[in-house]
Design a protein around this ligand. Sequence first.
Ligand SMILES: *Cc1c(COP(=O)(O)O)cnc(C)c1O
Length: 360
Amino acid sequence: MITITKTFLPKIEEFQSILARAWQSKWVTNRGELVLELEKRIKDYLSVSNIIATTNGTIPLQIAIKLFANQGEVITTPFSYVASTSSIVWEGATPVFVDIDPEYLTIDETKIEAAITNKTTAILATHVFGNPCNVEVIESIAKRHNLKVIYDAAHCFGVLYKNKSVFNYGDISTCSFHATKLFHTAEGGAMFCNDKDIYHKLFYSHNFGHNGALSFHGLGINGKMSELQAAMGLAVLPHVPLILKERKKVVDIYLSKLDSDKLQFLKIRENTNWNYAYFPIIFESEGVLLQVEKALNSNNIIPRRYFYPSLNNLTYVDNVRMSVSDSISKRILCLPLYLGLKVSELNKLCLIINENISQP
Ligand SMILES: *Cc1c(COP(=O)(O)O)cnc(C)c1O
């Protein structure tokens, strides 16, 4: 069976030899040597100024929203994984959706200002599929209206925008190191920021608010990454260049073999070094998508409908119409993409798609 993704696992010996250090120290969590080393290595690899490793990629969103949203309105994208919206609601803030650009699939920055009210506190946008938002325009809007910017950069490990990690943009960027992501720690994530003050707040927020053992800086929660997760990260990280290279090969085959007259591909923003995190294709209609999905499934190939439904249709938000996101989310399918896919498998996959792509 060919699934949407396959978790990259290093040789078990590589993982075990790092894990052995936790056994030696008898220290399995609370920011032990492995978490500290992982943070340092990622910082060096990505050239970012501050990182805090976390236990998943959702808690950093919640912490960022808690810090910035103040239970106000948060302008956000309807086209993302559910965590982008559910975190806003979970923290008692109100998501205000702004439709997406039909080609980049990121929030349409030209529509943001019309959605700002006197209750707006923050913008939470997703660099969806690793494709950066228009960070410059968003930054200038945020400055003009005194708003904070949070980027859900869950898909962005290794993405460069204008030759620096996309995690450098916004007040806070969050990432996920879930097993389905390009770099992973089984479960895990991180938050990134440039500002020292924000770093301090994020830091104590992810550790119950602690200021030493006996006093507290303020309110906090538990978002700490364990040593066991960090061991996985340290074992996977050296393979990231290979992972990126192999993913690019798969994407290049898709781009050359799939029928580009009948399909829309993701447009990557200018000045981006992409990480080939996902390979979405957009069909002419949902009918064609269902037809292609059925044909793939009957050949034991399991793509995923990332992202459906459009998040403005969730039961716990105000249901507004988002014409672009509503339409795209019905017609978009992500194809299998991981290290180890064979050329013969990819050829077959492309053939099945091309043969089933005409209107039913
Ligand atoms: C994966 C993902 C998350 C959540 O990350 P977890 O590590 O699974 O908690 C958040 N946002 C987006 C866009 C994601 O794809």
